[in-house]
Design a protein around this ligand. Structure first.
Ligand code: HEM
Length: 505
């Protein structure tokens, strides 16, 4: 090839590249993107809006930019949706288009780049995982099989608190005991196992590791490396810790639970005794070649996080509101006594006869939504939302907390008033039948665990209120209900000390 030819090829190549860039730029300008603060190069809006993108800060931005707005966080596009109409569009009408999940660098580690169910994109793998998990976890049969276990665990909490000398006087951090209860509720379903007490070393280890996993994942401190890829090398230390926590947890799930269960199963099956627990069903799917061993462990991981923590946070919020609203607590107690008679301990079937208890739970989930931004959704391809273009792979946050706390849609939403669900909002259910109220999301990626969470919440709060007078600690007239928001979580900042005065029947 002579020099002239080479020169011609290079010039042609140069013109092609420049044309491509110009066309790309031009087309970018053609896009009608949602309103957004003015982005600066490289950082986008990150320096303006900061790291703490919790539901309240995003609500403030919605008041400024509207029901749909775009934040450019370095390389990531973040679209925030804040009206029932647009929430319906994302979760229902265009449920397939927006049915995927984004993962950041940390969630990539904890979910093995989406080998789990919660954080995988919408597609074949998700469908298979959701199908495999449905029979062992998400049916009414499971509720009827395990509700006796949940009632027993709640009774044990009541017994332990009654026995504690401090509970009735200076108070105790009730959450600690309830955490053990939630682990037992879910580990009974998963592995037919329970932890005897809070000192159980395996429980201690799991509790600490799951807590660390949550803290690492929900923190905003790693945003910089996620938003600006060239800064990622500075995250190396953080990501190494994430990897270690993940590996240790998975080793425990495998050695102490999955393998143990396999041993129990092999002896039991031959004697044809015992009911199947969830992991038996999951292992059957593995034997059939539908999923691999890693997927099994990711299912265990998902339940540890999605089921235990969210329900525990909601119980904690419910107790805090009942302590701070004594007349509501008393009204609830009166309902239980009137309907069930004194001394009859609340069971799962009873909870359907207790409308005020149901209203207290709904109101807790409204005002103190455990997952206030839902789990982030994502569109795999370019999409349209409202009148706007949404570039492919945008992270879509539905501000469900604001939908349920916007004074344009609710009477005095800042007030904890369960009566609203018996009066003006009596038709609103937690299952997403009203797009103003989505504590469990709605549509394809909605929470399948709602079927377990609601009865567990009702049994636990019902039993606590019927057995104790729940009060703030001496010298305090209210509990501190400061919130702590994470990437998409909301829990109480300080685990409150609560006085639980036993009641006699
Ligand atoms: C009060 C307790 C709970 C609350 C408030 C809650 C809330 C939520 C929310 C908001 C989502 C995301 C919905 C969306 O992105 O559109 C979700 C997803 C999920 N939840 Fe729950 N949840 C709770 C309890 C549970 C329990 C007990 C389980 C399991 C036993 C569970 C399993 C899941 C799973 C597997 C997903 C992912 C679904 C998917 O991506 O397809 N959750 N939950």
């Amino acid at each position: 090839m002579d020099l002239l030819m080479l020169e011609k090829i290079l010039i042609a190549l140069f013109i092609t590249i420049v044309t491509a860039i110009v066309i790309a730029k031009f087309c970018g300008k053609c896009l009608k993107l949602p309103p957004s603060p003015l982005p600066v190069p490289i950082f986008g809006n990150w320096l303006q809006v900061g790291d703490d993108l919790n539901h309240r800060n995003l609500t403030d931005l919605a008041k400024k930019f509207g029901d749909i707005f775009l934040l450019r966080m370095g390389q990531r596009n973040l679209v925030v949706v804040s009206s029932p109409e647009l929430a319906k569009e994302v979760l229902h009408t265009q449920g397939v288009e927006f049915g995927s999940r984004t993962r950041n660098v940390v969630f990539d580690i904890f979910t093995g780049k989406g080998q789990d169910m919660v954080f995988t994109v919408y597609g074949e793998h998700w469908r298979k995982m959701r199908r495999i998990m449905t029979v062992p976890f998400f049916t009414n049969k499971v509720v009827q099989q395990y509700r006796f276990g949940w009632e027993e665990e709640a009774a044990r909490v009541v017994d332990d608190v009654r026995k504690s000398g401090e509970a009735a006087t200076i108070g105790i951090v009730l959450r600690k005991r309830l955490q053990l209860m939630m682990y037992n509720n879910m580990y009974r379903i998963m592995f037919d196992k329970r932890f005897e007490n809070m000192e159980d070393p395996l429980f201690q280890k799991l509790r600490a590791l799951n807590g660390e996993r949550s803290r690492l994942a929900q923190s905003f401190e790693y945003n910089y490396g996620d938003f600006i890829p060239i800064l990622r090398p500075f995250l190396r230390g953080y990501l190494k810790i994430c990897k270690e926590v993940k590996d240790t947890r998975f080793q425990i799930f495998k050695d102490c639970f999955v393998e143990e269960r396999k041993k129990v199963e092999s002896t039991k099956r031959s004697e044809n005794e015992g009911l199947k627990c969830a992991i038996d069903h999951i292992l059957d799917a593995q034997k059939k070649g539908e999923i691999n061993e890693d997927n099994v462990l990711y299912i265990v991981e998902n339940i540890n996080v999605a089921a235990i923590e969210t329900t525990l946070w909601s119980i904690e919020w419910g107790i805090a509101e009942l302590v701070n609203n004594q007349e509501i607590q008393q009204k609830l107690r009166n309902e239980i006594e009137l309907v069930l008679g004194p001394g009859h301990q609340v069971t799962e079937p009873d909870t359907h006869k207790l409308p005020y208890l149901q209203a207290v739970i709904k109101e807790t989930l409204r005002l103190r939504m455990a997952i206030p931004l839902l789990v982030p959704h994502m569109n795999l391809r370019d999409a349209k939302l409202g009148r706007y273009d949404i570039p492919a792979e945008s992270k879509i946050l539905v501000n469900a907390w604001w939908l349920a706390n916007n004074p344009a849609h609710w009477n005095n939403p800042q007030e904890f008033r369960p009566e609203r669900f018996l009066e003006e909002e009596s038709k609103v259910e937690a299952n997403g039948n009203d797009f103003r109220y989505l504590p469990f999301g709605v549509g394809r990626r909605s929470c399948p665990g709602i079927i377990l969470a609601l009865p567990i919440l009702a049994i636990t709060l019902g039993r606590l209120v019927q057995n104790f007078e729940l009060l703030p600690p001496p010298g305090q007239d209210k509990l501190d209900t400061t919130e702590k928001g994470g990437q998409f979580s909301l829990h109480i900042l300080k685990h409150s000390t609560i006085v639980a005065k036993p009641r006699s029947f």
